[in-house]
Design a protein around this ligand. Structure first.
Ligand SMILES: Nc1ncnc2c1ncn2[C@@H]1O[C@H](COP(=O)(O)OP(=O)(O)O)[C@@H](O)[C@H]1O
Ligand SMILES: [Mg+2]
Length: 220
């Protein structure tokens, strides 16, 4: 973990339903259980994360701050002084808040549903990240980014096809994938993630592998 300020990881895709909020909560939960001081910013006007946390009795002990404004970058920087990891969940469309969040990101995670129809949205998102990296303030310190396959149907060739297509086009992907598992919905009903329900479950292992890769990428 870094001295001084924590890392800022932004979940970004220009498409709803790609698995951003799930991947965001998964990352924060696994890191927190691994001893990382984690906090989240819910920058989506739909407030999925706040709603999810509110279903818990008691609510999961994980700071989640709502900020859908253009001040999200400043907010994230301030929060990163107090914690090791700030995970920002964004809305599924291009807006100023998403660009502001990306402007302070150490890393962007681009969740993509393992469907050929979602490839275009992921590529548009990567283009936006590259635009941010090309700005004067980020040119010397570009964020890293990787695509994360989510909602993968176990045993189907579709995810492999999507992965190969993206890799051939030069996009970096996480080796980890979040398979499509009903335990996400079950855990959500009680404001938790699969790791909290059964740490040995297949979904928890997916999440752990994803979080481990993020931590390695951040140099932890
Ligand atoms: N790996 C997964 N397995 C099963 N359901 C998932 C998975 N990831 C996401 N979902 C479900 O798909 C829907 C969209 O996911 P969500 O994380 O809310 O996407 P986004 O935030 O990008 O709109 C939600 O109902 C969520 O519970
Ligand atoms: Mg969401």
């Amino acid at each position: 973990m870094r001295n001084g300020t924590g890392a800022i990881v932004v979940m970004a895709t220009l498409k709803g339903g790609s698995g951003k909020s799930t991947a965001a909560a998964c990352l924060a939960a696994h890191c927190q259980l691994g001893g990382v001081r984690a906090a989240m910013i819910d920058a989506d006007p739909q407030a999925s994360l706040l709603h999810w946390q509110g279903l818990g009795d008691p609510p999961l002990d994980l700071p989640i701050i709502a900020d859908t404004s253009e001040a999200v970058a400043q907010r994230a920087r301030e929060l990163a002084r107090d914690v090791d990891l700030v995970v920002i969940d964004t809305a599924g469309f291009r807006n100023r808040t998403m660009i502001e969040a990306l402007s302070v990101a150490d890393m962007a995670v681009v969740p993509i549903k393992a469907s050929p129809l979602d490839i275009a949205a992921a590529i548009d998102t990567v283009r936006l990240i590259e635009e941010v990296n090309a700005t004067e303030e980020r040119r010397a310190r570009p964020m890293s980014y990787r695509l994360l396959l989510t909602q993968v149907t176990v045993g189907s060739a579709v995810a492999r096809h999507v992965r190969e297509e993206l890799a051939q086009s030069g996009y970096a992907l996480f080796a980890a994938e979040l398979a499509n598992r009903v335990v996400y919905a079950e855990a959500s009903l009680v404001g938790r993630m699969p790791i909290h329900i059964d740490a040995e479950s297949a979904a928890a292992r997916d999440g752990e592998a994803f979080a481990r890769e993020v931590r390695l990428a951040l140099g932890w």
